[in-house]
Design a protein around this ligand. Structure first.
Ligand code: ADP
Length: 621
């Protein structure tokens, strides 16, 4: 997740807001306070002067209106005494801020000044604008001006002096006062400076407190952010610390609750996914799921095995191309496919057929979300079906041949051959042979069908194989012509096997009769057996005509005969070895043949040894 930059963080924003608010508040307070203070100080300053001004005006008026004689001091002297006196008095109350007091008569002539250095101005005409205006407007004027020399602010007052106390009395002069008001402004400035210092201190404290307060808000938020990041990575063990019960505390509690619920939901989903995974991988059928565009998003292990591909190259590929049917069907076709599709991957050596069933993943609205394909290996099924068809056709063929033969002979007999004493017995003999062959065939078929049924059971006994094998060979030796010679390559060791003697006798009978059947005159037939692990391996070998290499494996198939005509002429049904294989396999053994055309055939079969009675292993090879 992107990291929040320091300046964009809530923490900084909150602190900034605090500072700005405090600044604004202090600014407003400061402006209001400074203005009020200035007004207050100014009015105090004026008040302190005005208190004396009335008295001074009274004294001046009295002096100016007084009848004078020679014994009395002049008006100028008297006025000087008054202004000097008041100047000293005012200086005391206003911290020495009174600069100058002047008395000017109504003809704008300066009659007295408190300034010792300006005594030369007495008698001169005043060119002060304020004085002129006070006389002409007959009212009081005051102003604050800048002293050009000292650069101080000076408060000036021009107050008219009347010859009475009424407002209509005649103006006889003007009292002009100059006072240094700079101290008032300095006082305001001092207080402003103190205020600014206080503002700075309070700002520092605010920043500090702001950081602390902001932390109490941002800390849980940052904690929740970390928690959310951990959750995104699948870590639900982390919990947000709850600092209090305020809104943020409540949020943290809710967040933790949410985490628990998410964890539960996640583990439920995970369990469901695992269940689905195990179902998908443990089922024998292959399952492929696609998205709505037909690209594979899920494929289980059996599907990969069935298709002989790897997951990496399959995911994201179109389903039709993975199944190898993109030439015949588009994804659209597969969506609307109601029937299963057989995928034939058979090679020349081995058949391999898969059946694919398609079902659409559809929302309630009808929107198609994807396609599920279930693959099933039907090779065995197809093989069984093919075998069944072949078997039926073989049986029909095997039965039709003798029946056709019989029909033609019987027709010949019916047409009058029965009267011919020479031909009739031969013809009847043929029909009899064919009937017997059919009976043998039907018996063999019955036997096979019995063995195919599930309730087929072996009637087992423990026998010493040496003597059991010997007895069978002896039987053949007694009945056989001198055409072939028997050779027993038996070992001294005794082998016990638990077998159904009737069935194994039938197997050995069949192999020996085949060996005799396909051996030339003077041929040799060898018998042997030996232990191989926990199995007894039995061998019956002839040096007869042999079987072509490519056919050796097939002689155990039903109705298979290397040379059909020849085998049939020898009375074979083509089922003998097939029955033998069923029987040996029912015993838990195997049967196979090795042969070289023109040099002979060796048939082997194995039977499980009864190890309790096991003697010593013998060798015949
Ligand atoms: P059949 O009744 O025709 O002998 P089997 O199932 O016993 O039927 O044998 C199948 C075929 O295997 C025979 O038709 C024959 O072609 C071949 N076969 C079996 N044993 C031998 C052998 N010892 N030598 C040569 N061919 C053999």
């Amino acid at each position: 997740m992107q990291k929040v930059s320091f300046f964009k963080s809530i923490h900084v924003k909150l602190v900034l807001i605090y500072i700005l608010l405090i600044l604004l508040a202090l600014q407003i307070i400061g402006i209001y306070f400074a203005r009020e203070l200035e007004q207050n100080l100014k009015s105090n300053f004026r008040e302190s002067i005005f208190q004396r001004v009335d008295l001074m005006q009274y004294s001046i008026r009295e002096e100016m209106l007084k009848e004078r004689d020679e014994s009395m001091p002049t008006l100028e002297e008297s006025l000087k005494t008054i202004v000097m006196e008041f100047s000293t008095g005012l200086k005391e109350v206003s911290n020495g801020d009174i600069l100058e007091i002047r008395v000017i008569d109504n003809r704008q002539r300066i009659r007295a000044t408190s300034e010792v250095d300006n005594q030369s101005l007495i008698g001169q005409r005043s060119n002060n604008d304020l004085v002129r205006r006070a006389i002409s407007a007959e009212t009081l004027f005051e102003n604050i001006k800048l002293d050009n020399k000292t650069r101080n602010r000076v408060w000036v007052l021009a107050s008219p002096i009347r010859n009475g106390v009424g407002p209509d009395d005649e103006i006889i002069g003007v009292l002009y006062i100059e006072a240094n008001i700079e101290s008032v402004f300095e006082q305001v400035n001092d207080i402003n400076r103190i205020f600014l210092g206080g503002t700075a201190v309070s700002l520092v404290i605010t920043i500090f407190l702001g950081i602390l307060v902001a932390r109490t808000i941002t800390q849980p938020i940052a904690d929740m952010r970390k928690q959310a990041q951990a959750m995104a990575k699948g870590n639900y063990s982390r919990k947000v610390r709850v600092y209090g019960t305020d809104e943020i505390g409540q949020l943290a509690i809710t967040f933790n609750h949410l985490t628990n619920r998410l964890q539960e939901a996640q583990s439920t989903t995970e369990a469901e996914r695992r269940k689905l995974d195990s179902v998908l991988s443990n089922m024998t059928d292959g399952v492929i799921a696609t998205d709505r565009k037909g690209r594979i998003i899920l494929i289980n292990d059996p599907a990969l095995e069935l298709l002989h591909i790897s997951r990496d190259i399959t995911l994201g590929r179109p389903i039709a191309s993975v199944l190898g049917i993109d030439q015949e069907y588009s994804f659209e076709d597969l969506i609307h496919m109601n029937d299963a599709v057989n995928l034939d991957f058979s090679t020349a050596d081995a058949p391999y057929i898969l059946r694919a069933n398609f079902s659409v993943i559809q929302k309630e609205t009808g929107f198609i979300n994807g396609l599920i394909t279930v693959l099933h290996d039907i090779t065995e099924q197809e093989k069984i079906e093919m075998d069944r068809r072949e078997f039926v056709s073989n049986v029909s063929h095997e039965l039709r041949t003798p029946l056709t033969t019989m029909r033609s002979y019987l027709e010949a007999l019916a047409d009058g051959a029965w009267k011919d004493e020479n031909i009739a017995p031969t013809f009847l003999n043929v029909t009899q042979t064919e009937t017997e062959r059919m009976i043998r065939l039907v018996n063999d078929l019955l036997q096979l069908s019995r063995m195919d049924s599930s309730d087929y059971e072996l009637n087992k006994d423990i026998v010493l194989f040496n003597s059991f094998f010997n007895r069978i060979i002896d039987r053949f030796e007694m009945s056989k012509s001198d055409k072939v010679m028997f050779e027993r390559l038996f070992s001294e060791a005794s082998y016990y096997v638990e077998i159904d003697t009737d069935k194994v006798t039938q197997v050995i009978d069949n192999i020996i009769s085949n060996a005799i059947k396909y051996s030339p005159d003077g041929g040799n037939i060898r018998f042997g057996f030996t232990a191989q692990g926990d199995m007894l391996k039995v061998m019956i070998s002839d040096d007869g005509m042999g079987i072509p290499k490519e056919n050796v494996g097939r002689i155990f198939e039903r109705f298979y005969r290397v040379d059909r005509a020849r085998a049939r002429s020898m009375g074979g049904t083509g089922l003998g070895l097939a029955i033998a294989r069923e029987m040996i396999e029912a015993h838990g053994g195997k049967i196979w043949a090795e042969s070289e055309e023109g040099y002979g055939t060796t048939v082997f079969f194995t039977l499980p040894l009864n190890l309790d009675d096991f003697d010593e292993a013998g060798e015949w090879e």
